[in-house]
Structures are given as structure tokens and as C-alpha cells.
Ligand binder design. Sequence first.
Ligand code: SF4
Length: 415
Amino acid sequence: MATAKSPRLEASRGKLNGLLKGYYLGLDAAGKDPAQKVAWCTSAGPVELLEAMGFHLYFPENHGALLGARRQATGFIGQANAKGYSPDICSYLTADIGAHLRCETPLKEAYGIDAPPKPDVLVYNTSQCREVQDWFSFYGREFGVPVLGIHSPWKAASIGPESVADVTAQLERMAEALAPLAGAPLNRARLAEVVKLSSQASAYWKRFLETGRARPSPITFFDATIHMAPIVVMRGQEATRDYYRGLVEEAEALVRAGAAAVEGERLRFYWDGMPNWGKLRFFSELFTRLKVCAVASTYCLSWVFDELDYKRPLESMAEANLKVFINRSEGYKETYLVNAVKAYSIDAILFHEAKTCPYNTNSRFGLPQRLLEGHGIRSTTLYGDLCDLRCFSEDQTETSVEALVEQLSARAPRA
Ligand code: SF4
């Protein structure tokens, strides 16, 4: 098959900019209009519940990622440290709180928005980590608004009916607590509609990511980090479903054309752990130079919610939330990674050991060693962080990646 350089999903990129601009401007307007309600929510949800109850949703994690991607995070972290939030805890949290304390936001430069929208309620889910509870509690005190949480059972090998029933009951209670703020009880038919739209968007997102299985791959992990914004912040909306339908069409056309995201693709890597938001360009350029394509990642695959089912909306939301990779046992993660390595024809895994996110760091309990000894899967661990650039060394990282590429290149060629 002929290899052509990928045009980098340009049509979708244009649509994405318009979609996100509309989202942020809509949020800004909602925050200024007392008749509209704003909920701050964790990426683990419960997005569909809030969407169905008519809230405009804002995600502090997305703000943290934006601070990281624009390399503004490190400058704000000290402000949160001075308030007693340790430099060792989530740098999304410390950067975001620091920016709030300094009354600054990257939304100003990006969209002309002075500040994130004031919340009417803050809603978190601990299936991802404990930080979110304390993060949202800070803002609950700041704004004097209620903070509601789903407390999920943690780190399960398999998800039993008792855990699903527990979280479903919590969602039911949350819907009751939200009703006075929303001005109406939960409309179950509307919830089913929203869950259906989320499920359809998730299916398209999955198909888009699976184009990375092609050889050469027409997409990279870095493309996916750009195009994932709507599946995180705009689930349950028609515009999001339609956006991903278009993205799939564009990516699948690239597969048919034999387009390569990395010209002369020689090796295929899998990225595990958080992105290093301020260094995506560094990694992308390094990999391009070495003719390595990072074709898939646990991070981007985490927004594939196969469980969502509009016929049993709350239960399926509970299941989807409990089954996220970050919330699973080491044994589950090992099997998941082995399958991903096969599905995407991966040569090696890069484990990103993010200093301030132990929850999304999978290199600390012997997993890389078990993958090598049990399955012959090679990997290397890269040290850094999601936002705090003081934890990262370009030189050290470059040396580690080059050493891995050299080792892999010395192997017998793939059959
Ligand atoms: S999972 Fe990690 S990056 Fe995400 S909010 Fe929790 S500590 Fe921060």
C-alpha cells in the first residue's frame, strides 16, 4: 500500500474549533444568566444526568489541561501551595486553584472569557481519584454552593451487580438532590435520549481511535488528545455525535488512502498514563524524527463507554463509570494492555510516570516487569507530569526513548 503523509484531519480540526468556541461562549453566557444553571463536573461524570437535567457543564480538569497545554500551569501551582495544597498532589488541581486565586484563565486569550462560569453546584465522582473531592470542596467553600459526590468502589478486578446497584442508588439520590436546583425533577425520557447520544458519540470515538490499528497509522496519540475535547466536555449532545461521525469518515478515508501520520513509520508505541500537556509538541517531534508513531493510549481509550445503554440509563452510567481503566485492578490492567498491544501491533509501551497523578500512573507496582516476563512486551518509563514542567527533563526523556528505539531496531524484523 502506498504511503502518503496524513493531512492531519484538517476538516475536523476546523469543525472542532467552532464547536469548542460555541461551547465556551455558551457556558460564559449561562454563567451570567441567573435563569440558567451551571454545574461543575468531573470527567468521570455523571455527565449524562446533569445534561438531562438542563445544566450547562464546566470541567475543571479541562481547564487544568488547558493551563498545562499553554504552559501556564507551573506558574500558578505555587499560589495553591501557599494555601496548603501540596506540590505533590494533582497539578491540574494546584494549577487550577492557583489560576483562580490569581483571577486568571487561559479562556481569556482563547475565547475572550474573563473567568470560568460561576457554579450553581459542584458534582464529582471518585472513580478516578480522591483529589476531585477535595478540589471541588475548595470551590464549594469559595462560591458557597453545594458539593455532591458519587463515591465509587475502587480498583475492582470485576464489577459485580452489588457495586452497580450501589452507584445507581447514589445517582438516584443525586437526581433528587439536584431537582430543586434544576427547577424540575429528572425527566427519564430525556435522560434516555442523552445516554443514547453519549453512547453513539462514544462508538464513533472508538472507531476513530481504532483507525490507529492500520499500518501505517493515519493518526497519532497527539491527534487524539486534540480531538478528544468534545467527548470529555460535550457528551450527550447531538453536535458532539455528529462531530465524531465526521471525524471517523475523515480518518477512515485516510486508512483507505494508506496515509501515514508519521512518514516512514518504523515502530509503533502505546502511551500509558496521563499526557504531558506542555510537552506534546516535544514528543510529537521526537517521535517523528525517530519514525515512531504513538498509535494508541490508555488515556484516550478511557472515553470509550461501551456500557452506556439508553434502555437502562442510570445502571449503564454506573457500569461505565465503575469500569474505567483507572479504577481497575492491576490484573485487569495487565490483560487490557496485552490485548491493546496485540490489537494495535505495538512494539513497545511508554509508561508515563506522572509525578502528581499516582492514579493514572501504572509503572509503580511491577506492571512493566510482569508484561515483559509474562508476555514479552517491552516498555520504558518516562518521568514527568501532566502539568508541572519542573518534573520533566527533555534530555533525559530523549535519551530513554532513543535507547528503546535502538533496542527495538536491533531485534529481528517483525514476521
Ligand atoms: S486522575 Fe490524576 S490527573 Fe485526574 S484529577 Fe485525579 S489526580 Fe488529577
